[in-house]
Design a protein around this ligand. Sequence first.
Ligand code: ZN
Length: 136
Amino acid sequence: MEYILTSKKFTEALKEGKFLGLKCHQCSGYTAPPQKVCSQCGSEDMEIVELSRQGKVRTFTVIHVAAEGYQAPYIVALIELEEGPWVTANIINMDPEAATMDIIGRQGKIDYQDIITDIFSGGERIALTFSLTDST
Ligand SMILES: [Zn+2]
């Protein structure tokens, strides 16, 4: 079984401004981030499609002890994409100390940021980000 959309290809596309996912030919469901099989029905019969980047916050947590390459505090959220799948992304345009349950359900847009790691960690990494685009 092969990945039709590898994480390398996914990352390279992001840097070119494209947010890629997979569309299933069996159930028409979307899968993101890339996996070997459809997250809805398990089929491998999928094609690569560009996703809209639009989504809404379903839940979140504020991280106070940072993973390597991150600066605490920051907000990690589960974002429900317009196409259906849920992805993890860091909300970047809100003060983590001011984050309340009110941000659940808010609309925004997916992008990415480079994560700086030391040379022992395998070099370059990126993380998905989410910017709230609606007003409160
Ligand atoms: Zn499917």
